[in-house]
Design a protein around this ligand. Sequence first.
Ligand SMILES: Cc1cc2nc3c(=O)[nH]c(=O)nc-3n(C[C@H](O)[C@H](O)[C@H](O)COP(=O)(O)O)c2cc1C
Length: 177
Amino acid sequence: MTAPAAGPPLLEAATTETLVSPLRLREALGRFATGVTIITCLDSDIGRVGLTASSFNALSLEPPLVLWSLRRESAQMPAFARAEHFVVNVLAEDQLPLSRRFASRRDDKFDEGDWLPGEGGAPVLAGCAAVFECETFSRQDAGDHVLFIGHVLALAQTALPPLVYHAGHYHGLGGTF
Ligand SMILES: Cc1cc2nc3c(=O)[nH]c(=O)nc-3n(C[C@H](O)[C@H](O)[C@H](O)COP(=O)(O)O)c2cc1C
């Protein structure tokens, strides 16, 4: 019996790296296109808290669960660590300026945008592609991040085109295949 012919390389167009440094990992993960969210909560001491996050994802349909992760050293961590509720605001394309605003450390983030109180007072943004109002289901330490799982209590969706993030840049949807 002859040996099977060698197949094509595992990754023809990319370089396989065995050194999983934080920089290389971040760059490779950046090839995974995501939507962009602003995740918010209401803290009795600090008030309204929110940040831009692309780590949001679906987790379970029954029960309805979603997930996201927050950098452990984030200034927002104390608020989310004690928040019983949070809201995931999925940004529409025209909300790009709000994404930049909520990725910064300014303390007047909520001065732009139309915000209304949702579950537990967590801010809900008008004009989003979708909104998920959640009760905190669990928090789990995961390396330099904390994984938050939310039980979805209420949701809304629109037909507005979503904001997309890929390889460190913002995009719109390219079209349907
Ligand atoms: C597109 C985009 C996605 C981001 N996603 C996350 C995320 O999922 N988790 C996170 O902790 N920070 C994420 N960040 C960074 C936070 O928005 C940013 O660190 C925070 O708002 C600034 O405050 P901090 O440094 O005190 O956390 C993201 C930033 C951008 C621009």
